[in-house]
Every structure is written in structure tokens, then in C-alpha cells.
Design a binder for this molecule. Sequence first.
Ligand SMILES: NC(=O)c1ccc[n+]([C@@H]2O[C@H](COP(=O)([O-])OP(=O)(O)OC[C@H]3O[C@@H](n4cnc5c(N)ncnc54)[C@H](OP(=O)(O)O)[C@@H]3O)[C@@H](O)[C@H]2O)c1
Length: 289
Amino acid sequence: MAKVAFIGLGVMGYPMAGHLAAKGHEVNVYNRTNTKAEAWVQEHGGKSATTPRVASEGAEIVFCCVGNDDDLRSVVLGDDGIFAGMSADTILVDHTTASADVARELDAIAREKSIHFIDAPVSGGQAGAENGVLTVMCGGEQAAFDRIKPVADCFSRAVTLMGPVGSGQLTKMVNQIAIAGLVQGLSEAMNFGQKANLDMGKVIDVISKGAAGSWQMENRGSTMCQGEFKFGFAVDWMRKDLGICFEESKRNGARLPVTHLVDQFYAQVQGRGGNRWDTSSLVHLLQND
Ligand SMILES: NC(=O)c1ccc[n+]([C@@H]2O[C@H](COP(=O)([O-])OP(=O)(O)OC[C@H]3O[C@@H](n4cnc5c(N)ncnc54)[C@H](OP(=O)(O)O)[C@@H]3O)[C@@H](O)[C@H]2O)c1
């Protein structure tokens, strides 16, 4: 069993850290809003710390899951940051969905301190985190990956090394690009079926078993038809992730015409107050023209 720290007890981090404690790891936690850290300790044991630095002291592996690049820098760097508390040959595993750039930037700083860094964004959402079945896409060195994998397995179905630092974030970008276009296509299909007065439950049941089937259709098709969006993966997070994809595409030259269009649709959903709605709320624009 390892001595670990978990920084950032949000929708994702709270249950991920919980699985580490449930499997017997010694877990120190830090959360900016301290009441969440106290609630976590009440539920799972372990200790809460007043700064990321204190939480990370003595940990073999530090896990982190905050919002975006700037949030990540603010918990990792500085006198009270994670790096200030970590000792040589320990490993920082970052589960934030962030840019490949910030991963490389933090890796370079980590190397100066003989610390290992692994970017490790996740897929699977809140339910995946709560049920301990996340997919984790990692970038980093094999030796460090081999040390963290058995620990990250506590909250994951698959933990895979994709390549050098940044490769986890790049893989997550591929994931988000694939989802954006697919959800718009699914929205148009669901709205078309409703306008045609079909029994959409039956339609989803039949076509989800064929070539049009997808995770989104199986898990979101019926809630889309019912106009239910107050759950799941928030539009604000998706726009943050697509922004990261657009920055990266400027560097690698990949064209993203449909993704740009869908991003504009998501901006319209935000304009209708849907910031925290699930990404399947694209259909709302079609249903409520
Ligand atoms: N939710 C999902 O379905 C999902 C799925 C896949 C990936 N992700 C990614 O996972 C990451 C976390 O998502 P989440 O849903 O857990 O978000 P969340 O519920 O909003 O939690 C964010 C966490 O980061 C902390 N935080 C944010 N900014 C901070 C700062 N500047 N300094 C210190 N702490 C800070 C928050 O602390 P406070 O409690 O004090 O606000 C909170 O613990 C994001 O990058 C997201 O894109 C989310």
C-alpha cells in the first residue's frame, strides 16, 4: 500500500480519492474549499491538509484533479504548491483535462527537482469516477508509469501509457473532438425522429444495436428526447476542452471544421443558461428554435 496525496476533491477527485482510501492506501487530501476536504476525511478517514504542499509531503505519489491550466499551475507551483512538498523520485499524476503544453512545462520543472510527472486525463465522467471505472490516458516515462498504474487501477477500468509527456492530453483531445461531432449528429437524428412522430424509445432500441450505435446514443438518446440535461458532463467543461483542441490544432495543422461549428452551438447553449447542462444539450437548440 502506498502513501499518496490527492489534490482537488471536485466531482471527479472526491470519488477517485475515495477509491484509493477504500483499497487501503494512506491518503492525504487538499481542497481549496476546506469544507469538502473535511467531509471527505469524515467519510473516508485519512488526513486533510491546509495547503497542497503539506498534503504532498511524504507522499510517494501525488494525484491532482483541478479545472484548467491556470488552476493546475496554482496548485503545483509556488511556496505552498505540490512540488514544494514532494521529494526526489516521487511522482505527480495530473488527472486535470489540460493542455499538452502545461504538461510539458510542469514536466520540465519536475525534472529539475528529480520528480516524475505524468499527465493522465480521464474519460468516463462522474459515474465512471464514482464506480471506479475510469479510462486513464497517460503521458510520461515507462518506469514512472509502471509505479503508478497499480495505484490508479483503484479507480479505473483501463490505465494506458500513450507515449511521452503530453500524450495523455493529446489522446483526450482526440476523444473530445470525436464526441463533439458525434453528439451534434445524434442531436439532429433525435430531433428528426421526434419531428417525424416516431416512437423514439423504439427507434433508439433498434438502431443502437446497428452501425449508428454509440455510447452517446445508448446513454443519452432517451434523455435528449425528454429534454433532460441537468446532469453529466458540463458544456462549460466541453468548451474549455475544445479550446485546448483548437490551440493544439494551430500547432499541428489539423483542420477541425465541424468541431468549430459545434463549439459555436455550445456557445449558444451557454447563452440559454446551459453552462452546467450535459453536452447532449446541443439538441435543445434544435428542439427549441
Ligand atoms: N466532470 C466530468 O464529468 C469530467 C469528466 C472527465 C474529465 N473531467 C475533467 O476533470 C477536471 C475536474 O473536473 P470536475 O468535474 O471534478 O470539476 P469540479 O467539480 O469543478 O472540481 C474542480 C476541483 O478543482 C479545484 N480547483 C479549481 N481551481 C482551483 C484553483 N485555482 N486552486 C485550487 N483548487 C482549484 C476545485 O476546488 P473548490 O472545491 O475549492 O472549487 C475542485 O476541487 C476538469 O479538468 C474536467 O475537465 C471532468
